[in-house]
Structures are given as structure tokens and as C-alpha cells.
Write a protein that binds this ligand. Sequence first.
Ligand SMILES: [Zn+2]
Ligand SMILES: [Zn+2]
Length: 472
Amino acid sequence: MLHYAETHFRFPVSRLYRKEATILIDAPFQICPGLPCPVWLIVRKAHRFPVYIEEVYGEWKNAEGQNIPFKLPIQKKFEKPFHFEELNFENPSLSGLWMLKIFVKYKKNKIIERWNYPFLPPKPLMINFLKEEPPKPDGWLAGETHCHSSFTMDSMEFGAAPAVLQKAAKSIGLDFVCITDHSYDLRNETKFQTMKNEIAELNSAGMPLLIPGEEISCGNADEHNVHLLTFRNENYVEGHGDGGRRWWNTDPDLPIQKAIEKSGTFCFAAHPKLQMLLAEKILLKRGHWSYKDLTKNKISGIEFWNGFRGRDFYEGRKLWIKCLLSGHKLLPLGGNDAHGDLNSYTAVKKPFWSLKHNHEHVFGVVRTVLPNTGKIPFSELPENLYITDGPALWFNNFTLHAKSTEDFGIFLSITIFRGKNGFEEAEEMQINNSLSFDFEISLNNSLYVRAECETTMGKFAMTSAIFSPPAV
Ligand SMILES: [Zn+2]
Ligand SMILES: [Zn+2]
């Protein structure tokens, strides 16, 4: 999977290869009330292909027919491997969804819209200026649990600088961000410690909190490479199996349990049922997480909501429920697996041939929300959490609370699931047009209870499973 798509990879032959720096514009997908919208001009590989950018211009547009044009002189030569230049220009003053059409003029009157990716038609940025703060229970923290930074910086893919992620996280209403670059991109202890130091510096200067972590490639029971998320690990954990740099050897470095032990902290299965290309299965020996992998190793939870609700979400959730029904108290995690991708997602569709654009892995869309215990998130295992791309849905003992806002829509359904005798029983709650509900939930002799909800805007949330207290 390639994200902020890389076009300088030439071997063996690539239709996407360009003798030019990659230029693109990115900005967060939503903005909390009262905050400005940061917009970044990103220039990559300018040390090999220096570029003089003359100006950036464009316009904001909304459905009411308003438009705000702007023009920003840049007049600067870019010549470093990575530039994240923040652009400051007028923001709309009205809330709601705005389209940002943006053009970059460079070299001698060369003009591109949004990016210079080959064979990928330009797409405007879509930015939702929220009317209210995203809903969340008082004293809880919302975070991104799976994203990649510019420490992923190889010939295949790259992410956004930690400082950019921190600033974007603030705009979209996150309290923390777990930065989880691949073990095969971090490469060694030195690079991992450099990342941790850069993050520590950013944390001492501002918020939201950045939590350094790692996405470790390790071996499942079939000795295929699967990904394991860990946060706040003291030391680097190696995992080069599916990094594509050791093409003669795609064997995992460590089995799952050894990787967990080496991390010295809590670990979560990343995207357990990720849909992948046949080439990834064969050439990189990538595999899936099985029930056995999840229950025979000391796994704390499963990140089966990995940016969007496609087949991998439903298959991952099914596997999670199977684990719950057999008494394994695994937490659900929601993350996005964005590499930069603050507004939409760009990636390689066919290697060396074509690129794609969609909204499947956008930074901070899916969030994991947990109670603030005064400690850094994931320094202890949360007992209770929910995952969402909009509404809040949480248990306080056996009271279920649901809350949405006008930005995310009224509820279409709120459903309780009780796990009992190897099955889940679903019960629909009675709802009206209200944006807020409280329900007293009885366990009815079930092993656990959990909840899901959906809104009229297609936004979704689900809770972790609340297990019944053990009989005395
Ligand atoms: Zn992964
Ligand atoms: Zn990832």
C-alpha cells in the first residue's frame, strides 16, 4: 500500500516515474469551531529535482454559492528532500462544508491543480467547518491510533511530519495521536530514538499529545507477515519481513508473541483482515490474523476499523466477536492508517502503472475515545472505550449514553448486543429525533454487553464489550 503516493520509484520501469519534485496541497478534513484551517504545500524530493514555486491561488466555494478567491505569492526555491510549508490565507467565516480549489504555479508558468501526480485527475479539498465541537463525554480523550509520519520516507511511500500531524490533530479535535511507523521504515534503534526525541520536543512545546509507537511486522502461526501496533515501547522492535527491501528474504524476524514481549507494552492486532493485492501476498508474504493468533498470544485488542467500513471491517469485527464470545476481553481500536492524507487518500492502484484517490484512510476520521485517568493514553490498558467517526456512544457502568450533533446527524439506530451461549442477541433501542440518549441496560445473564449506533449522515460508533462482574 502506498500512500502520499511516491513517483520517483523507477525500477524496473514505471509509467509513474517523473523527473520532477512531487508537489501537493493538503489540509484537514474538518475544523473545530473557532480554529483556523491550516493548509500545507508539500514538496518532496526537491534535493534531486529543485523547484521554484511562484504562487498558490484558488478559491473557497460552498453550496450556498459563496466564493472567496485568494492569491498567495510564494517566490521561493525548494531544494530539500521534504518541505511542509504552511500557507496562510483567508478562511471562510461560515460553518459547513466548503470546497477548496487550489492551484500551484511553478517553474516557467507551469500550473497544476492540487498535485502533480501523473495520470491522477485533480480533486479539490473538501473541508467541513464544524458548528460544534465533536461530541465526547466530559473528561474523555479522543485519539488517532494508527498513522504514519515522515519517518516513513523511502522510495515507496511517505507520511506527514510529526509537527504537521500535531497541528492537524488540534484542528480536527483530537487529544492524542499515536504515531506508528512501520518497523521496516524505522529500520533500527537509532532512527526510532530520533523519532522519539523529535516527538518529545513537540510535546514539550504544545498539544495535542503525540505518542510514539511502532507498527511491527511479525510472523503469524503460518509464518506470514502480519502487523502489530504498539504504543510507548521503550526500544525499537525489528520486523523487516514484508518491507520489500530484502526481496530475497520475506520471512518474519519475530513471531507475534516474541514481538509483544520485546515491545514491553500493550500490543494490538492491526487491520486483521486487510484486503490486499495478490502481489503483496506472494512477493511480501503478507497474511491475516487468525482466531488462534489473537487468542494464543498476549494481544490486548484489535484495530479492525482501519479508516473505513469495508469488507475488512466486517470480517475483522466478526473475528473480534468470536473472541469475545469465547471470553477473550479484547478491545476494539479505531485508527486510519493514513500516511499524511489529511483530507483524502492517494495511493498506488497498480504498481508502476496507476494511482488512485478515495477517502478510505484519512488522518483522524476514525477515532478511539477513552476515559482520561490522568495518565498518558495506553500507559495502562483502558477498561472501557468506544470507536467512532462521529457520534459519541459510551457505557458508564451499565448506563449507555449516546450523543450526536447537527454536524454528524440524528440517530438512525442504537443497538445493544448481548453475548450469550456462543451467540449475540441484538436489541434495538427506542429512539426519536433527539441528539442525546441514556439507557439503563440489564445484562440478562449474558457474558457481556456492547453497543453500536448509526446516524442519518452515515456516521457510526461502537463500544468495547462490558463483561459481567464475576460471580462472588
Ligand atoms: Zn499495516
Ligand atoms: Zn500502517
